[in-house]
Design a binder for this molecule. Structure first.
Ligand code: DX5
Ligand code: ZN
Length: 232
């Protein structure tokens, strides 16, 4: 049997609320969860690390209080990350991921996330090598590969991300740690199969889901495309 096809846990679909209707955020989150979402991907932008500004801990806490029945996956695109890690842990985040460029002490921040009771991850921009991963594999619950430059929804998938996914998949499988491998940016129905084949097990999709007329149909078709790629 091809060991690379063995996954420690199921594939996760993670709708990014960046493309949701923010005026109806609670209802939008309810709708994607009813449609089969496994995680809610929560993009935090600070107009400093990335040229855009989004939502912070009070919105995460409001969703938590509203009653979100799946884990919240907080993607920090902020510099520095130190204070916001604890703020998001208190606000109900389950996963907290950050970019190595935005941290002076990567190992310390990963430990901080776990000590706050959350799962920790590092995010790699299209031009950022995976080098930082090798020395902290025991402190990671997630590796997130960016397939666009962070800052905006609705951009096109950068194909080089597939090569980096394969590299990350090999690192994870060799390490033996149960680290999820997430992809973020330009994920659509027509490329999600190739992304799964390259090793991803967690699929962020913003515009592809929230821009569709039927969230259930879109998520179901994504799962079918992933399953077809796994069987190929
Ligand atoms: C981009 C964000 C993504 C974004 C993806 O900086 O990190 O999560 O919402 O949006 P789509 O799926 O539309 O590329
Ligand atoms: Zn994101």
């Amino acid at each position: 049997m091809d060991m690379s096809k063995l996954r420690m846990h199921a594939d996760f679909i993670a709708p990014s609320i960046l493309s949701a209707d923010f005026a109806r955020l609670g209802a939008e989150v309810d709708a994607v969860i009813a449609a089969g979402a496994d995680l809610i991907h929560f993009d935090v932008m600070d107009n400093h690390y990335v040229p855009n500004l989004t939502i912070g801990p009070p919105v995460c806490a409001a969703l938590q209080q509203h009653g979100v029945s799946v884990p919240i996956d907080v993607h920090l695109m902020v510099d520095p990350v130190d204070r916001l890690i604890d703020d998001f842990a208190r606000a109900g985040a389950r996963y907290i991921t950050f970019h190595p460029e935005a941290s002076r002490h990567i190992d310390r921040n990963l430990t901080q996330i776990r000590e706050a009771g959350c799962l920790a991850g590092l995010v790699f921009n299209p031009a950022t090598p995976l080098a930082a991963v090798r020395h902290v594999l025991d402190k990671l619950d997630m590796i997130l590969i960016m397939s666009v430059n962070p800052g905006f929804g609705g951009q096109s998938f950068i194909p080089g991300a597939l090569t980096k996914l394969r590299e990350a998949r090999t690192l994870i499988d060799t390490s033996g740690y149960p680290i999820r491998l997430e992809i973020d940016g330009g994920v659509k129905l027509d490329n999600i199969g190739a992304i799964a084949a390259a090793g991803a097990d967690t699929f962020v999709a913003g515009s592809a889901i929230f821009g569709s007329a039927d969230y259930t149909a879109t998520i179901t078709r994504m799962r079918q495309a992933i399953a077809a790629a796994r069987q190929a």
